[in-house]
Design a protein around this ligand. Structure first.
Ligand SMILES: [Zn+2]
Length: 271
């Protein structure tokens, strides 16, 4: 045996799967020897051999299951990004049909008392994103509005939408024009209201926050159109952030591209 061959067999000896298979083989051979000692010829698997095989299969399943879960989580993240891309295509069609303007969209999760209200149903709001895009797709885009890995959404219990809209995020839910948002002294009334889906020109976006006129800005965080819901637990006693895709979330950006974002503080500062 040359060195490479020796190394190969050394590796085989150490491999836990091969060791398991060899142990199973030895067990079966010794069981067969026992059976041979009684004078009966053995022609089929015995019950013990069957049980050993079933045991090995169950061990293999338990080894493989976690990786299957990981694969499914990865598939959910890909499906979610694909949904966001489709929502972006719908928005682009709206922009093309409306003189370059993005739609007015009211996110229905704000309650009149300025609290997040996960019980409200976006399907009941004529200006919700799902209802706006419904007129474009001529069908119910319900599937596109839900991320399989979502841990937050509304209405509670039976999500109709699990994405956060960069919209008219005023506490009362009423969208404001850019003129209404800028105070006479030139300062901005609500920074978080300077978001995208508010009937504004897609090409003239304005996320500088404290300067006017606003410049088109690209980047993570608030410079998005729609994204996975990221936020605090609806339970006020629990403050752990909730992120859907292995501590990341997906978002549809201003330029209709989709990216994966890691910074959970983005979600927490813009609930
Ligand atoms: Zn998602």
């Amino acid at each position: 045996m040359d060195a490479a061959e020796t190394e190969f067999w050394d590796r085989q000896t150490k491999c836990p799967v091969m060791t398991t298979f060899r142990a199973v083989g030895r067990t079966i051979r010794s069981i067969r020897r026992l059976s041979d000692e009684s004078d009966k010829p053995v022609r089929a698997f015995t019950l013990v051999e069957l049980l050993v095989v079933m045991g090995v299969i169950s061990v293999l399943i338990s080894i493989l299951l976690p990786s299957l879960h990981r694969a499914r989580a990865q598939a959910d993240a890909v499906a979610c990004a694909s949904s966001l891309r489709s929502i972006g295509q719908g928005l682009q069609i709206y922009v093309n049909d409306h003189n370059g303007r993005l739609p007015y969209v009211i996110e229905p999760i704000w309650s009149p008392i300025r609290r997040l209200d996960f019980t409200r149903d976006p399907r009941a709001e004529p200006q919700s994103l799902s209802n706006t895009l419904k007129t474009i797709w001529k069908s119910d885009p319900a599937k596109l509005m839900k991320c399989n890995s979502a841990q937050l959404g509304y209405p509670t219990g039976n999500y109709a939408m699990t994405y956060r809209v960069s919209a008219a995020n005023n506490y009362d839910g009423i969208p404001m024009t850019i003129e209404q948002l800028v105070l006479p002294n030139g300062t901005v009334r609500y920074e978080y209201s300077l978001k995208q889906l508010n009937g504004r020109k897609h090409k003239m976006l304005h996320m500088n926050g404290d300067s006017f006129p606003f410049k088109l800005a690209k980047g993570p965080g608030p410079f998005y159109l729609v994204r996975d819901f990221v936020g605090k637990n609806p339970d006020p006693n629990e403050f752990s952030p909730r992120l859907p895709h292995n501590k990341t979330f997906n978002q549809l950006m201003l330029d209709m591209s989709v990216n994966n974002e890691r910074d959970s503080t983005v979600g927490l500062s813009y609930p």
